[in-house]
Design a protein around this ligand. Structure first.
Ligand code: DG2
Length: 249
């Protein structure tokens, strides 16, 4: 029976977060800063007694490795793991691989923010022969061609994430498991939008910091019984402000 515990964790600082490049579905690793953030995330879980029974990740290594490092730190590497492309970052279309500051300069603040934060306007699609396209990537071999995104807005992410929320995640929560979801800035914004009932307009102002566990206590209907809490609220506020300011020099 409820209450159920859900922990959301954005991966630690990635190589392309550090270089300030649009990442999306490009599979980049963590930086040393990102690895340290992941260790800290695991320490916070252990210290505060939030011990996951199962972990769900995207199929991108920055989320997978973050979860592994955090779970190792909390001595929970043994738990069950499930991965899905439905938890992947938002596909950033033709912006993948571009520098955020240069893009802001070239297209202006309004266009830049529309691409980063609008609810329903996707960036231009990526070409299938682009260096940063996912066409032909073995991990997506099970997807029909029209399921493999060439770009996504947040609305598209919600549409492909919700079946995973209502399926495997809901099943594990209802089984009474403490569920850890290791994912991404925009795939987690999609989930938080649903859980916190944030409007299409207001979600633009919500940013998720890297590497800090966000804990939800859910009722029988799998909706929050109280506001979610970051396990390190001060670091989370500073981290979210840094994401909001990204691109600006
Ligand atoms: C970032 C988010 O994704 O970027 O795709 O560039 O969480 O995997 O590092 P993540 C990317 P913004 O939408 O915040 O610019």
């Amino acid at each position: 029976p409820a209450p159920y515990t859900l922990v959301l964790l954005r991966h630690g600082n990635s190589e392309w977060n550090q270089k300030n490049l649009f990442t999306g579905w490009v599979d980049v690793g963590l930086t040393d800063i990102g690895k340290a953030e992941s260790e800290r995330a695991g320490e916070l879980l252990a210290e505060q007694g939030v011990l996951p029974d199962v972990v769900h990740t995207s199929v991108l290594k920055r989320a997978i490795v973050t979860a592994n490092i955090a779970l190792e730190q909390a001595d929970r590497l043994w738990i069950d793991v499930k991965r899905s492309w439905r938890l992947n970052e938002r596909h950033y279309g033709a912006l993948q691989g571009l520098d955020k500051a240069e893009t802001l300069e070239k297209y202006g603040e309004e266009q830049f923010m529309q691409w980063r934060r609008s609810f329903d306007v996707p960036p231009p699609p990526i070409d299938d022969d682009d260096e940063w396209s996912q066409v032909g990537d073995a991990r997506y071999a099970g997807l029909a061609d029209d399921e493999l995104p060439r770009t996504e807005c947040l609305k598209d992410v919600i549409a492909r994430m919700m079946p995973y929320w209502e399926g495997p995640l809901a099943d594990d929560l209802r089984a009474g498991k403490t569920v850890l979801v290791a994912a991404h800035g925009n795939s987690l914004r999609a989930l938080v939008k649903h859980l916190d009932g944030i409007s299409d307009d207001d979600i633009a102002g919500l940013n998720i910091p890297t590497g800090i566990p966000l804990v939800y206590t859910l009722g029988e209907d799998l909706m929050p019984l109280k506001p979610a809490e970051y396990l390190d609220p001060e670091a989370a506020a500073a981290g979210a402000a840094a994401v909001a300011a990204q691109g600006k020099k």
